[in-house]
Design a protein. Structure first.
Length: 226
């Protein structure tokens, strides 16, 4: 994999000319492409001044784990990462998970992964540590990606109504309100076929759902600002 960086300096003999704006482009047999934002995040991760090898390994393990499970707390809830710039750490996390998923999607081999990281100034110890984790988790990540629809259904509308439960299935008195929620969804891959997803929940469960959705929305907003 080759990394070409264009800037305002005079182009060297092995660089392409024609643009004076800074651009970053990766080219490889697997056509693994990374945006400028991802490149910057990974270059920060490669810097031993920012993360020593132990912290780097912990951070990378957390990045893989965040893709394969739903964290109960912060992805960076480790003593070794507490004193880091949290905004920069989140940028590195987005860059790392993007790189991981792109590698799995392209079925990148050791040569592609290692040369890519070396081009980003990763030293040999970090390259080896990253690849060990990549190889360890690759199969599970492949299963995860294969289980995700190329175009999952999206919500077009939502409705709800208040219900009142007097007894449960065991004929025990309950006497508490519940909410019947209905999501109208549309499948982009099936000629726009629509369907409904219905479920009921208590007030506490609904509040928990709304809270988690707000957290997800804030995460997306923060990622978009990086």
């Amino acid at each position: 994999m080759y990394l070409f960086i264009y800037n305002n300096a005079e182009p060297a003999s092995d660089q392409l000319t024609g643009s004076r704006d800074r651009e970053v482009c990766f080219a490889s047999p697997h056509k693994m492409e990374l945006s400028d934002s991802v490149v910057k995040g990974l270059q920060t991760l490669a810097d031993p001044v920012y993360l020593d090898l132990k912290s780097f390994t912990i951070f990378t393990e957390a990045a893989f784990s965040s893709l394969l499970s739903f964290p109960t707390g912060s992805v960076f809830d480790y003593p070794e990462l507490k004193n880091m710039d949290q905004a920069l750490l989140k940028h590195c996390h987005i860059a790392t998970t993007t790189f991981i998923l792109e590698g799995v999607k392209q079925n990148a081999d050791r040569s592609t992964i290692c040369s890519s990281l070396e081009d980003l100034k990763f030293d040999s110890e970090r390259v080896d540590a990253f690849y060990v984790l990549y190889q360890k988790n690759k199969t599970n990540l492949e299963k995860l990606l294969s289980s995700i629809d190329r175009c999952p259904p999206h919500i077009t509308d939502v409705s709800w109504r208040l219900d009142y439960c007097i007894k449960n299935s065991h004929v025990h008195k309950v006497n508490q309100p519940s909410y019947l929620i209905s999501f109208n969804t549309e499948n982009g891959e099936n000629n726009g076929a629509s369907s409904k997803q219905n479920f009921s929940c208590t007030l506490e469960q609904l509040q928990d759902l709304v809270g988690k959705m707000k957290d997800a929305a804030k995460s997306v907003e923060r990622a978009a600002q990086l």
